[in-house]
Design a protein around this ligand. Structure first.
Ligand code: M6R
Length: 607
Protein backbone atom coordinates (compact mmCIF):
# COMPACT_ATOMS: atom_id res chain seq x y z
CA UNK A 1 0.00 0.00 0.00
CA UNK A 2 2.33 2.55 -1.33
CA UNK A 3 2.67 5.27 -3.93
CA UNK A 4 4.64 5.02 -7.15
CA UNK A 5 5.77 7.68 -9.57
CA UNK A 6 8.11 7.35 -12.55
CA UNK A 7 9.35 9.96 -15.04
CA UNK A 8 11.25 9.73 -18.30
CA UNK A 9 11.84 13.42 -18.78
CA UNK A 10 14.12 15.94 -20.37
CA UNK A 11 16.14 17.62 -17.67
CA UNK A 12 16.56 16.57 -14.03
CA UNK A 13 13.57 14.72 -12.59
CA UNK A 14 14.31 14.55 -8.84
CA UNK A 15 12.25 17.62 -7.90
CA UNK A 16 9.30 16.46 -9.94
CA UNK A 17 9.51 12.96 -8.53
CA UNK A 18 9.53 14.42 -5.03
CA UNK A 19 6.50 16.53 -5.85
CA UNK A 20 4.72 13.40 -7.11
CA UNK A 21 5.55 11.63 -3.85
CA UNK A 22 4.07 14.51 -1.84
CA UNK A 23 0.80 13.87 -3.63
CA UNK A 24 1.05 10.17 -2.86
CA UNK A 25 2.03 10.39 0.80
CA UNK A 26 -1.59 9.62 1.67
CA UNK A 27 -0.77 6.05 0.62
CA UNK A 28 1.85 5.60 3.30
CA UNK A 29 4.65 7.41 5.05
CA UNK A 30 6.79 4.69 6.61
CA UNK A 31 9.71 5.41 4.29
CA UNK A 32 10.41 6.81 0.85
CA UNK A 33 13.01 6.61 -1.85
CA UNK A 34 14.02 7.60 -5.34
CA UNK A 35 16.40 6.27 -7.97
CA UNK A 36 17.55 7.79 -11.24
CA UNK A 37 19.50 6.33 -14.12
CA UNK A 38 22.40 8.66 -14.75
CA UNK A 39 25.52 8.15 -16.89
CA UNK A 40 24.75 4.46 -17.13
CA UNK A 41 24.52 4.07 -13.35
CA UNK A 42 21.78 3.94 -10.76
CA UNK A 43 21.83 6.74 -8.22
CA UNK A 44 19.53 6.26 -5.23
CA UNK A 45 18.45 8.09 -2.08
CA UNK A 46 16.23 6.49 0.55
CA UNK A 47 15.08 7.51 4.01
CA UNK A 48 12.98 5.90 6.74
CA UNK A 49 10.00 7.86 8.08
CA UNK A 50 8.21 10.81 6.58
CA UNK A 51 8.87 12.16 3.11
CA UNK A 52 10.46 15.22 4.71
CA UNK A 53 13.40 12.96 5.63
CA UNK A 54 13.96 12.04 1.99
CA UNK A 55 13.56 15.69 0.97
CA UNK A 56 16.27 16.63 3.49
CA UNK A 57 18.55 13.91 2.20
CA UNK A 58 18.02 15.07 -1.40
CA UNK A 59 18.75 18.66 -0.41
CA UNK A 60 22.05 17.57 1.17
CA UNK A 61 22.95 15.24 -1.66
CA UNK A 62 21.01 16.10 -4.85
CA UNK A 63 20.11 13.39 -7.31
CA UNK A 64 21.02 14.04 -10.96
CA UNK A 65 19.38 12.24 -13.87
CA UNK A 66 16.53 12.83 -16.29
CA UNK A 67 14.75 9.53 -15.73
CA UNK A 68 13.81 7.84 -12.51
CA UNK A 69 11.33 6.15 -10.21
CA UNK A 70 10.22 6.99 -6.70
CA UNK A 71 8.16 5.44 -3.95
CA UNK A 72 6.45 6.20 -0.66
CA UNK A 73 5.90 3.13 1.51
CA UNK A 74 3.39 1.70 3.95
CA UNK A 75 5.23 -1.30 5.33
CA UNK A 76 3.73 -4.73 4.69
CA UNK A 77 6.78 -7.04 4.72
CA UNK A 78 9.68 -5.85 6.82
CA UNK A 79 10.07 -2.96 9.23
CA UNK A 80 10.09 0.64 7.98
CA UNK A 81 13.88 0.83 7.74
CA UNK A 82 16.08 2.29 5.04
CA UNK A 83 17.06 -1.20 3.82
CA UNK A 84 13.42 -2.06 3.25
CA UNK A 85 12.66 1.28 1.55
CA UNK A 86 12.07 1.17 -2.20
CA UNK A 87 13.40 1.41 -4.88
CA UNK A 88 15.14 -1.95 -4.71
CA UNK A 89 18.14 -2.52 -6.92
CA UNK A 90 19.27 -5.93 -8.11
CA UNK A 91 21.99 -5.93 -10.77
CA UNK A 92 20.71 -4.08 -13.83
CA UNK A 93 17.20 -3.68 -12.40
CA UNK A 94 15.64 -1.06 -10.16
CA UNK A 95 12.07 -1.54 -9.04
CA UNK A 96 9.26 0.01 -6.99
CA UNK A 97 6.12 -1.83 -5.93
CA UNK A 98 2.72 -1.16 -4.42
CA UNK A 99 0.76 -4.15 -3.10
CA UNK A 100 1.61 -7.58 -1.79
CA UNK A 101 3.27 -10.47 -3.62
CA UNK A 102 1.43 -13.27 -1.84
CA UNK A 103 3.70 -16.06 -3.11
CA UNK A 104 6.92 -14.21 -2.28
CA UNK A 105 8.05 -16.86 0.20
CA UNK A 106 8.39 -19.81 -2.25
CA UNK A 107 9.83 -17.45 -4.86
CA UNK A 108 12.39 -16.18 -2.36
CA UNK A 109 13.29 -19.73 -1.34
CA UNK A 110 13.76 -20.65 -5.00
CA UNK A 111 16.04 -17.66 -5.57
CA UNK A 112 18.04 -18.27 -2.39
CA UNK A 113 18.54 -21.89 -3.43
CA UNK A 114 20.16 -20.52 -6.60
CA UNK A 115 22.59 -18.53 -4.48
CA UNK A 116 20.90 -15.13 -4.68
CA UNK A 117 21.27 -12.86 -1.68
CA UNK A 118 18.61 -10.57 -0.30
CA UNK A 119 19.31 -7.21 1.25
CA UNK A 120 15.81 -6.52 2.59
CA UNK A 121 12.87 -8.32 4.20
CA UNK A 122 10.45 -7.10 1.53
CA UNK A 123 8.36 -9.14 -0.88
CA UNK A 124 9.35 -6.57 -3.51
CA UNK A 125 12.99 -7.51 -3.72
CA UNK A 126 11.90 -10.94 -4.96
CA UNK A 127 10.46 -9.33 -8.09
CA UNK A 128 13.66 -7.39 -8.77
CA UNK A 129 15.61 -10.64 -8.49
CA UNK A 130 13.24 -12.47 -10.79
CA UNK A 131 13.59 -9.80 -13.48
CA UNK A 132 17.37 -9.76 -13.04
CA UNK A 133 17.45 -13.55 -13.37
CA UNK A 134 15.61 -13.31 -16.69
CA UNK A 135 18.15 -10.73 -17.89
CA UNK A 136 20.99 -13.02 -16.90
CA UNK A 137 19.32 -15.76 -18.94
CA UNK A 138 19.68 -13.52 -22.00
CA UNK A 139 16.22 -11.96 -22.21
CA UNK A 140 15.82 -8.29 -23.08
CA UNK A 141 14.26 -6.07 -20.38
CA UNK A 142 10.79 -6.15 -21.93
CA UNK A 143 10.78 -9.94 -22.26
CA UNK A 144 12.25 -10.30 -18.79
CA UNK A 145 9.30 -8.43 -17.25
CA UNK A 146 6.81 -10.31 -19.43
CA UNK A 147 8.27 -13.61 -18.20
CA UNK A 148 8.09 -12.59 -14.55
CA UNK A 149 4.58 -11.13 -14.35
CA UNK A 150 2.69 -14.46 -14.63
CA UNK A 151 4.72 -15.81 -11.70
CA UNK A 152 3.45 -13.14 -9.30
CA UNK A 153 0.35 -13.83 -7.21
CA UNK A 154 -1.38 -11.16 -5.19
CA UNK A 155 -1.93 -7.52 -5.91
CA UNK A 156 0.68 -5.25 -7.34
CA UNK A 157 1.57 -2.17 -9.28
CA UNK A 158 5.19 -2.08 -10.40
CA UNK A 159 7.58 0.44 -11.87
CA UNK A 160 10.82 -0.98 -13.32
CA UNK A 161 13.87 0.64 -14.88
CA UNK A 162 17.12 -0.72 -16.26
CA UNK A 163 20.69 0.55 -16.03
CA UNK A 164 21.43 -0.55 -19.57
CA UNK A 165 18.32 1.09 -21.08
CA UNK A 166 17.89 4.55 -19.56
CA UNK A 167 15.06 5.39 -21.97
CA UNK A 168 12.83 2.58 -20.74
CA UNK A 169 10.31 2.50 -17.91
CA UNK A 170 7.97 -0.45 -17.48
CA UNK A 171 4.78 -0.23 -15.42
CA UNK A 172 2.52 -3.16 -14.60
CA UNK A 173 -0.63 -3.61 -12.56
CA UNK A 174 -2.81 -6.34 -11.13
CA UNK A 175 -5.18 -5.49 -8.30
CA UNK A 176 -3.50 -2.15 -7.56
CA UNK A 177 -3.98 0.96 -9.67
CA UNK A 178 -1.46 2.42 -12.10
CA UNK A 179 -1.80 5.21 -14.64
CA UNK A 180 0.34 6.24 -17.57
CA UNK A 181 0.78 9.96 -18.19
CA UNK A 182 1.50 11.35 -21.64
CA UNK A 183 3.73 14.42 -21.87
CA UNK A 184 5.50 16.32 -24.60
CA UNK A 185 8.58 14.25 -25.42
CA UNK A 186 8.42 12.78 -21.93
CA UNK A 187 6.16 10.20 -20.34
CA UNK A 188 5.21 9.13 -16.82
CA UNK A 189 3.71 6.46 -14.64
CA UNK A 190 1.94 7.07 -11.33
CA UNK A 191 -0.30 5.39 -8.79
CA UNK A 192 -3.03 7.88 -9.56
CA UNK A 193 -3.90 10.88 -11.67
CA UNK A 194 -3.27 13.22 -8.73
CA UNK A 195 0.38 12.19 -8.57
CA UNK A 196 0.81 13.14 -12.21
CA UNK A 197 -1.42 16.22 -12.17
CA UNK A 198 1.34 18.85 -12.37
CA UNK A 199 3.12 16.81 -15.07
CA UNK A 200 0.22 16.09 -17.40
CA UNK A 201 -3.52 15.91 -17.58
CA UNK A 202 -3.38 13.28 -20.37
CA UNK A 203 -3.82 9.98 -18.60
CA UNK A 204 -4.49 6.36 -19.49
CA UNK A 205 -5.71 4.08 -16.71
CA UNK A 206 -4.16 0.64 -17.01
CA UNK A 207 -6.61 -2.25 -16.70
CA UNK A 208 -6.21 -5.40 -14.64
CA UNK A 209 -3.20 -7.39 -15.87
CA UNK A 210 -1.95 -4.61 -18.16
CA UNK A 211 1.66 -3.66 -18.44
CA UNK A 212 3.07 -0.65 -20.24
CA UNK A 213 6.38 -0.17 -22.01
CA UNK A 214 7.18 3.51 -21.74
CA UNK A 215 9.90 5.50 -23.49
CA UNK A 216 10.18 9.26 -23.84
CA UNK A 217 8.70 9.07 -27.35
CA UNK A 218 6.20 6.28 -27.07
CA UNK A 219 3.93 4.20 -24.84
CA UNK A 220 2.78 0.69 -25.68
CA UNK A 221 0.31 -1.07 -23.42
CA UNK A 222 -0.05 -4.86 -23.35
CA UNK A 223 -2.83 -6.84 -21.73
CA UNK A 224 -2.42 -9.89 -19.51
CA UNK A 225 -2.09 -12.09 -22.61
CA UNK A 226 0.73 -9.86 -23.88
CA UNK A 227 -1.45 -8.58 -26.72
CA UNK A 228 -0.78 -4.94 -27.66
CA UNK A 229 -3.87 -2.92 -26.67
CA UNK A 230 -5.01 0.69 -26.73
CA UNK A 231 -6.21 2.25 -23.50
CA UNK A 232 -8.10 5.51 -23.96
CA UNK A 233 -6.19 8.67 -23.09
CA UNK A 234 -8.51 10.86 -21.03
CA UNK A 235 -8.25 14.28 -19.46
CA UNK A 236 -7.73 13.53 -15.79
CA UNK A 237 -9.12 16.82 -14.50
CA UNK A 238 -6.99 16.29 -11.37
CA UNK A 239 -5.82 19.44 -9.66
CA UNK A 240 -2.10 20.17 -9.83
CA UNK A 241 -2.24 22.34 -6.71
CA UNK A 242 -0.88 21.05 -3.45
CA UNK A 243 -3.24 21.60 -0.56
CA UNK A 244 -2.22 23.84 2.28
CA UNK A 245 -3.52 24.18 5.84
CA UNK A 246 -4.56 27.80 5.49
CA UNK A 247 -4.73 29.36 8.93
CA UNK A 248 -5.18 26.02 10.65
CA UNK A 249 -2.65 24.10 12.66
CA UNK A 250 -3.51 20.76 11.08
CA UNK A 251 -5.29 19.53 7.96
CA UNK A 252 -7.71 17.67 10.22
CA UNK A 253 -8.70 20.90 11.94
CA UNK A 254 -9.10 22.65 8.59
CA UNK A 255 -11.22 19.80 7.29
CA UNK A 256 -13.45 19.79 10.38
CA UNK A 257 -14.02 23.50 9.88
CA UNK A 258 -14.72 23.11 6.15
CA UNK A 259 -17.73 20.92 6.85
CA UNK A 260 -20.53 23.49 6.71
CA UNK A 261 -19.28 24.57 3.28
CA UNK A 262 -18.55 21.18 1.75
CA UNK A 263 -21.70 19.57 3.10
CA UNK A 264 -23.69 22.50 1.65
CA UNK A 265 -21.80 22.00 -1.62
CA UNK A 266 -22.62 18.28 -1.61
CA UNK A 267 -26.26 18.84 -0.69
CA UNK A 268 -26.58 21.46 -3.42
CA UNK A 269 -26.04 18.80 -6.06
CA UNK A 270 -28.72 16.55 -4.52
CA UNK A 271 -31.43 19.02 -3.50
CA UNK A 272 -33.84 20.73 -5.85
CA UNK A 273 -34.90 23.73 -3.82
CA UNK A 274 -37.68 24.87 -6.17
CA UNK A 275 -39.37 21.49 -6.33
CA UNK A 276 -38.41 20.86 -2.67
CA UNK A 277 -37.20 17.43 -3.71
CA UNK A 278 -34.14 15.32 -3.20
CA UNK A 279 -32.59 14.13 -6.48
CA UNK A 280 -29.83 11.79 -7.59
CA UNK A 281 -27.64 12.18 -10.69
CA UNK A 282 -29.41 11.10 -13.90
CA UNK A 283 -29.40 7.33 -14.16
CA UNK A 284 -30.97 4.68 -16.29
CA UNK A 285 -31.77 2.58 -13.29
CA UNK A 286 -35.18 2.30 -11.73
CA UNK A 287 -34.88 2.49 -7.95
CA UNK A 288 -38.48 1.26 -7.65
CA UNK A 289 -37.24 -2.24 -8.52
CA UNK A 290 -34.77 -2.41 -5.62
CA UNK A 291 -35.79 -5.09 -3.13
CA UNK A 292 -32.65 -5.28 -0.99
CA UNK A 293 -29.56 -3.16 -0.50
CA UNK A 294 -26.08 -4.45 0.34
CA UNK A 295 -23.73 -1.78 1.68
CA UNK A 296 -19.99 -2.42 1.86
CA UNK A 297 -17.26 -0.12 3.18
CA UNK A 298 -14.36 0.14 5.62
CA UNK A 299 -13.58 2.23 8.68
CA UNK A 300 -15.38 5.54 8.93
CA UNK A 301 -17.17 4.93 5.64
CA UNK A 302 -18.57 1.71 7.13
CA UNK A 303 -20.21 3.74 9.91
CA UNK A 304 -21.89 5.86 7.24
CA UNK A 305 -23.24 2.59 5.89
CA UNK A 306 -24.55 1.64 9.34
CA UNK A 307 -26.38 4.95 9.61
CA UNK A 308 -27.62 4.43 6.04
CA UNK A 309 -29.16 1.13 7.11
CA UNK A 310 -31.25 2.95 9.74
CA UNK A 311 -32.32 5.56 7.21
CA UNK A 312 -33.08 3.31 4.24
CA UNK A 313 -34.99 0.77 6.30
CA UNK A 314 -36.94 3.45 8.13
CA UNK A 315 -37.76 5.63 5.12
CA UNK A 316 -37.94 3.18 2.21
CA UNK A 317 -38.77 -0.03 4.12
CA UNK A 318 -36.13 -1.89 2.09
CA UNK A 319 -33.98 -4.43 3.98
CA UNK A 320 -30.33 -3.43 4.11
CA UNK A 321 -27.29 -5.61 4.76
CA UNK A 322 -24.06 -4.00 5.78
CA UNK A 323 -20.61 -5.58 5.72
CA UNK A 324 -17.04 -4.67 6.35
CA UNK A 325 -15.56 -4.87 2.87
CA UNK A 326 -12.76 -7.08 4.18
CA UNK A 327 -15.31 -9.68 5.32
CA UNK A 328 -17.82 -9.42 2.50
CA UNK A 329 -16.46 -11.80 -0.13
CA UNK A 330 -15.22 -14.29 2.40
CA UNK A 331 -18.58 -14.90 4.00
CA UNK A 332 -19.92 -15.86 0.57
CA UNK A 333 -22.91 -13.48 0.68
CA UNK A 334 -26.24 -14.50 -0.77
CA UNK A 335 -27.26 -12.24 -3.63
CA UNK A 336 -30.94 -11.98 -4.39
CA UNK A 337 -32.61 -10.60 -7.50
CA UNK A 338 -33.10 -6.82 -7.52
CA UNK A 339 -30.40 -6.23 -4.95
CA UNK A 340 -28.55 -2.93 -5.17
CA UNK A 341 -24.92 -2.99 -4.07
CA UNK A 342 -23.56 0.22 -2.56
CA UNK A 343 -19.93 0.98 -1.77
CA UNK A 344 -18.83 3.99 0.25
CA UNK A 345 -15.29 5.31 0.05
CA UNK A 346 -13.49 8.60 0.37
CA UNK A 347 -10.48 7.55 -1.69
CA UNK A 348 -12.25 5.19 -4.05
CA UNK A 349 -9.08 3.07 -3.88
CA UNK A 350 -9.48 1.05 -0.66
CA UNK A 351 -8.46 -2.43 -1.76
CA UNK A 352 -11.06 -4.31 0.31
CA UNK A 353 -13.92 -2.12 -0.89
CA UNK A 354 -12.74 -2.23 -4.48
CA UNK A 355 -12.56 -6.02 -4.36
CA UNK A 356 -16.06 -6.16 -2.83
CA UNK A 357 -17.36 -3.87 -5.58
CA UNK A 358 -15.91 -6.15 -8.24
CA UNK A 359 -17.39 -9.17 -6.51
CA UNK A 360 -20.83 -7.57 -6.53
CA UNK A 361 -20.51 -6.66 -10.20
CA UNK A 362 -19.34 -10.14 -11.16
CA UNK A 363 -22.34 -11.51 -9.26
CA UNK A 364 -24.68 -9.46 -11.42
CA UNK A 365 -25.60 -6.68 -8.99
CA UNK A 366 -26.11 -3.12 -10.10
CA UNK A 367 -23.73 -1.05 -8.01
CA UNK A 368 -23.82 2.46 -6.66
CA UNK A 369 -20.86 4.26 -5.09
CA UNK A 370 -20.71 7.16 -2.66
CA UNK A 371 -17.20 8.30 -3.51
CA UNK A 372 -15.15 11.43 -2.98
CA UNK A 373 -12.28 11.11 -5.46
CA UNK A 374 -13.84 11.33 -8.92
CA UNK A 375 -10.79 9.94 -10.73
CA UNK A 376 -10.54 6.88 -8.48
CA UNK A 377 -10.89 3.23 -9.50
CA UNK A 378 -14.25 2.87 -7.74
CA UNK A 379 -15.63 6.05 -9.27
CA UNK A 380 -14.79 4.63 -12.68
CA UNK A 381 -16.15 1.17 -11.99
CA UNK A 382 -19.49 1.71 -10.23
CA UNK A 383 -22.66 1.73 -12.31
CA UNK A 384 -24.19 4.71 -10.47
CA UNK A 385 -21.74 7.29 -9.17
CA UNK A 386 -23.06 9.32 -6.25
CA UNK A 387 -20.26 11.81 -5.71
CA UNK A 388 -19.48 13.61 -2.50
CA UNK A 389 -18.02 17.07 -2.96
CA UNK A 390 -15.80 17.22 0.10
CA UNK A 391 -12.71 18.21 -1.91
CA UNK A 392 -9.34 16.62 -1.14
CA UNK A 393 -9.19 15.19 2.37
CA UNK A 394 -5.59 15.12 3.54
CA UNK A 395 -5.81 14.33 7.27
CA UNK A 396 -5.67 10.57 7.75
CA UNK A 397 -8.64 10.78 10.11
CA UNK A 398 -11.69 11.13 7.93
CA UNK A 399 -13.94 14.05 8.90
CA UNK A 400 -15.47 16.08 6.11
CA UNK A 401 -15.69 13.02 3.85
CA UNK A 402 -17.77 11.32 6.57
CA UNK A 403 -20.38 14.08 6.80
CA UNK A 404 -20.53 14.51 3.02
CA UNK A 405 -21.05 10.74 2.69
CA UNK A 406 -23.91 11.02 5.19
CA UNK A 407 -25.48 13.81 3.13
CA UNK A 408 -25.40 11.63 0.02
CA UNK A 409 -26.63 8.60 1.95
CA UNK A 410 -29.63 10.65 3.11
CA UNK A 411 -30.31 11.60 -0.52
CA UNK A 412 -30.16 7.93 -1.56
CA UNK A 413 -32.50 6.88 1.25
CA UNK A 414 -35.04 9.55 0.31
CA UNK A 415 -34.90 8.64 -3.38
CA UNK A 416 -35.40 4.97 -2.60
CA UNK A 417 -38.31 5.88 -0.33
CA UNK A 418 -39.96 8.00 -3.02
CA UNK A 419 -39.40 5.33 -5.69
CA UNK A 420 -40.99 2.73 -3.41
CA UNK A 421 -44.00 4.96 -2.76
CA UNK A 422 -43.21 5.28 0.95
CA UNK A 423 -42.81 9.03 1.07
CA UNK A 424 -45.41 11.71 0.43
CA UNK A 425 -44.48 14.99 -1.23
CA UNK A 426 -45.12 16.70 2.08
CA UNK A 427 -42.78 14.35 3.97
CA UNK A 428 -40.10 14.88 1.34
CA UNK A 429 -40.52 18.66 1.61
CA UNK A 430 -39.97 18.39 5.33
CA UNK A 431 -36.81 16.32 4.85
CA UNK A 432 -35.47 18.85 2.33
CA UNK A 433 -36.14 21.55 4.88
CA UNK A 434 -34.17 19.67 7.55
CA UNK A 435 -31.29 18.85 5.23
CA UNK A 436 -31.00 22.51 4.34
CA UNK A 437 -30.57 23.29 8.03
CA UNK A 438 -27.47 21.10 8.30
CA UNK A 439 -24.71 23.59 7.34
CA UNK A 440 -25.96 26.18 9.82
CA UNK A 441 -26.36 23.61 12.58
CA UNK A 442 -22.80 22.42 11.89
CA UNK A 443 -21.50 25.99 12.16
CA UNK A 444 -23.32 26.26 15.46
CA UNK A 445 -21.65 23.04 16.63
CA UNK A 446 -18.24 24.41 15.61
CA UNK A 447 -18.95 27.38 17.85
CA UNK A 448 -18.41 25.04 20.83
CA UNK A 449 -14.82 24.33 19.87
CA UNK A 450 -13.26 26.19 22.80
CA UNK A 451 -15.38 24.30 25.35
CA UNK A 452 -14.45 21.01 23.76
CA UNK A 453 -10.77 21.97 23.84
CA UNK A 454 -11.14 22.62 27.57
CA UNK A 455 -12.54 19.10 28.11
CA UNK A 456 -9.69 17.43 26.20
CA UNK A 457 -7.16 17.24 29.10
CA UNK A 458 -9.68 15.23 31.14
CA UNK A 459 -9.91 12.65 28.37
CA UNK A 460 -6.23 12.72 27.42
CA UNK A 461 -5.25 11.29 30.81
CA UNK A 462 -7.43 8.19 30.37
CA UNK A 463 -6.20 4.79 29.32
CA UNK A 464 -9.60 3.68 28.02
CA UNK A 465 -12.58 5.68 26.81
CA UNK A 466 -16.06 4.39 26.03
CA UNK A 467 -18.62 5.97 23.70
CA UNK A 468 -22.36 5.26 23.91
CA UNK A 469 -25.19 5.95 21.50
CA UNK A 470 -28.51 4.47 20.47
CA UNK A 471 -30.11 4.25 17.01
CA UNK A 472 -28.08 6.21 14.42
CA UNK A 473 -26.04 7.59 17.31
CA UNK A 474 -24.68 4.08 17.91
CA UNK A 475 -22.57 4.21 14.71
CA UNK A 476 -21.63 7.74 15.81
CA UNK A 477 -20.32 6.22 19.05
CA UNK A 478 -18.26 3.78 16.98
CA UNK A 479 -16.99 6.63 14.83
CA UNK A 480 -16.10 8.68 17.93
CA UNK A 481 -14.10 5.78 19.33
CA UNK A 482 -12.33 5.22 15.99
CA UNK A 483 -11.40 8.91 15.70
CA UNK A 484 -9.99 8.96 19.23
CA UNK A 485 -8.06 5.71 18.77
CA UNK A 486 -6.45 6.58 15.50
CA UNK A 487 -5.12 10.02 16.36
CA UNK A 488 -4.65 10.00 20.16
CA UNK A 489 -3.65 6.31 20.53
CA UNK A 490 -6.04 5.99 23.50
CA UNK A 491 -7.93 2.74 23.60
CA UNK A 492 -11.59 3.53 22.91
CA UNK A 493 -14.70 1.50 22.14
CA UNK A 494 -18.17 2.46 21.01
CA UNK A 495 -21.24 0.57 22.22
CA UNK A 496 -24.94 0.58 21.53
CA UNK A 497 -26.03 2.06 24.84
CA UNK A 498 -28.42 -0.81 25.61
CA UNK A 499 -25.58 -3.31 25.20
CA UNK A 500 -23.55 -1.80 28.05
CA UNK A 501 -25.26 -3.87 30.68
CA UNK A 502 -24.55 -7.09 28.74
CA UNK A 503 -20.82 -6.96 29.42
CA UNK A 504 -18.97 -3.72 28.79
CA UNK A 505 -20.30 -2.19 32.01
CA UNK A 506 -17.72 -4.35 33.79
CA UNK A 507 -15.09 -1.98 32.37
CA UNK A 508 -16.56 1.03 34.12
CA UNK A 509 -14.81 2.73 37.02
CA UNK A 510 -13.95 6.30 37.77
CA UNK A 511 -10.90 6.24 35.51
CA UNK A 512 -12.96 5.53 32.38
CA UNK A 513 -14.53 8.53 30.66
CA UNK A 514 -17.85 7.73 29.01
CA UNK A 515 -18.84 9.92 26.08
CA UNK A 516 -22.61 9.76 25.64
CA UNK A 517 -24.08 10.93 22.34
CA UNK A 518 -27.75 11.56 23.02
CA UNK A 519 -29.78 14.19 21.19
CA UNK A 520 -33.14 14.74 22.88
CA UNK A 521 -35.86 12.84 21.06
CA UNK A 522 -37.48 9.44 20.94
CA UNK A 523 -34.39 7.46 22.03
CA UNK A 524 -33.13 9.94 24.64
CA UNK A 525 -34.70 8.51 27.81
CA UNK A 526 -33.48 5.01 27.11
CA UNK A 527 -29.94 6.19 26.37
CA UNK A 528 -29.91 8.27 29.55
CA UNK A 529 -31.03 5.27 31.60
CA UNK A 530 -28.02 3.37 30.31
CA UNK A 531 -25.82 6.35 31.03
CA UNK A 532 -27.11 6.51 34.60
CA UNK A 533 -26.46 2.81 35.09
CA UNK A 534 -22.84 3.56 34.25
CA UNK A 535 -22.76 6.70 36.40
CA UNK A 536 -23.98 4.64 39.36
CA UNK A 537 -20.75 2.66 38.93
CA UNK A 538 -18.49 5.69 38.88
CA UNK A 539 -18.41 6.50 35.13
CA UNK A 540 -17.08 9.98 34.32
CA UNK A 541 -19.63 11.13 31.76
CA UNK A 542 -19.31 13.70 29.01
CA UNK A 543 -22.82 14.24 27.68
CA UNK A 544 -23.24 15.53 24.13
CA UNK A 545 -26.84 16.65 23.72
CA UNK A 546 -28.98 19.70 23.08
CA UNK A 547 -30.16 22.21 25.71
CA UNK A 548 -33.23 20.12 26.47
CA UNK A 549 -31.23 16.94 26.93
CA UNK A 550 -28.58 18.65 29.03
CA UNK A 551 -31.23 20.24 31.26
CA UNK A 552 -32.74 16.81 31.80
CA UNK A 553 -29.62 14.70 32.29
CA UNK A 554 -26.58 16.95 32.52
CA UNK A 555 -26.17 16.62 36.29
CA UNK A 556 -23.32 14.60 37.70
CA UNK A 557 -21.39 14.70 34.46
CA UNK A 558 -17.78 15.89 34.19
CA UNK A 559 -18.78 17.99 31.17
CA UNK A 560 -21.57 18.64 28.72
CA UNK A 561 -21.33 19.74 25.11
CA UNK A 562 -24.40 21.52 23.86
CA UNK A 563 -25.56 21.01 20.30
CA UNK A 564 -28.38 22.86 18.57
CA UNK A 565 -31.75 21.14 18.67
CA UNK A 566 -32.07 19.32 15.34
CA UNK A 567 -34.36 16.78 13.68
CA UNK A 568 -33.23 13.17 14.40
CA UNK A 569 -32.55 12.58 10.69
CA UNK A 570 -29.79 15.17 10.56
CA UNK A 571 -28.44 14.61 14.08
CA UNK A 572 -25.56 12.33 12.93
CA UNK A 573 -24.27 15.06 10.60
CA UNK A 574 -24.29 17.64 13.39
CA UNK A 575 -23.09 15.42 16.24
CA UNK A 576 -20.14 14.33 14.13
CA UNK A 577 -18.60 17.76 14.75
CA UNK A 578 -18.12 17.56 18.56
CA UNK A 579 -17.02 13.94 18.27
CA UNK A 580 -14.31 14.94 15.77
CA UNK A 581 -13.27 18.02 17.72
CA UNK A 582 -12.93 16.06 20.94
CA UNK A 583 -10.63 13.51 19.32
CA UNK A 584 -8.69 16.31 17.64
CA UNK A 585 -8.08 18.28 20.84
CA UNK A 586 -7.16 15.20 22.84
CA UNK A 587 -4.57 14.32 20.19
CA UNK A 588 -3.21 17.86 20.11
CA UNK A 589 -3.02 17.86 23.91
CA UNK A 590 -1.11 14.58 23.81
CA UNK A 591 1.17 15.90 21.08
CA UNK A 592 0.62 13.09 18.60
CA UNK A 593 1.02 13.46 14.85
CA UNK A 594 -2.59 14.41 14.14
CA UNK A 595 -2.52 14.41 10.34
CA UNK A 596 -0.28 11.41 9.88
CA UNK A 597 -0.79 9.16 12.92
CA UNK A 598 1.57 6.27 13.43
CA UNK A 599 1.08 3.02 11.50
CA UNK A 600 -1.75 4.37 9.33
CA UNK A 601 -2.19 5.54 5.77
CA UNK A 602 -4.91 7.65 4.28
CA UNK A 603 -5.77 5.13 1.62
CA UNK A 604 -5.46 1.43 2.37
CA UNK A 605 -4.64 -0.16 -0.96
CA UNK A 606 -3.75 -3.64 0.27
CA UNK A 607 -6.12 -6.31 1.53
O1 M6R B 1 -10.97 5.87 1.49
P1 M6R B 1 -11.99 5.06 2.26
O2 M6R B 1 -13.17 5.88 2.68
O3 M6R B 1 -12.40 3.82 1.54
O4 M6R B 1 -11.24 4.63 3.57
C1 M6R B 1 -11.85 3.77 4.49
C2 M6R B 1 -11.09 3.74 5.79
O5 M6R B 1 -9.77 3.33 5.60
C3 M6R B 1 -11.07 5.12 6.46
O6 M6R B 1 -12.35 5.60 6.69
C4 M6R B 1 -10.32 5.06 7.81
O7 M6R B 1 -11.03 4.27 8.70
C5 M6R B 1 -10.12 6.47 8.34
N1 M6R B 1 -8.74 6.67 8.65
C6 M6R B 1 -10.92 6.77 9.55
O8 M6R B 1 -10.73 8.07 10.01
Amino acid sequence: MCGIVGILGHGPVADRLLDGLKRLEYRGYDSSGMCTVHDGQFDRRRAPGKLANLARRLAEDPLPGDGGIAHTRWATHGAPTEDNAHPHIVGDVVLVHNGIIENFKPLRDELIAEGRQFLSQTDTEVVAHLVDRELSRGFKPKEAVANVLPRLHGAFALGVMFKSEPDLLIGARLGAPLTVGYGDGENFIGSDALALAPLTQRIAYLEEGDWAVVTRAHVQVYDKNNEAVERPIVNSGASGQLMDKGNHRHFMQKEIYEQPVVVAQTLRSYLRPLEEQVALPDMEFDLAGVERVAIVACGTAYYVGMIGKYWIEQLARIPVEIDFASEFRYRDPVFTPNMLGVVISQSGETADTLAALRHMKESGLTTGGIINVPTSSMAREVDLLLPTHAGPEIGVASTKAFTCQLAVMAALAVNLARAKGKLTAEEEREIVHHLREVPEAMSHALGHDAEIEAIAPKIAAARDVLYLGRGPEYPMALEGALKLKEISYIHAEGYASGEMKHGPIALIDDSVPLIVIAPSGPLFDKTVSNMQEAQARGAQVVLISDAEGIAQAGENTIATIEMPKVHPLIAPLVYAVPVQLLAYHVAVFKGTDVDQPRNLAKSVTVE
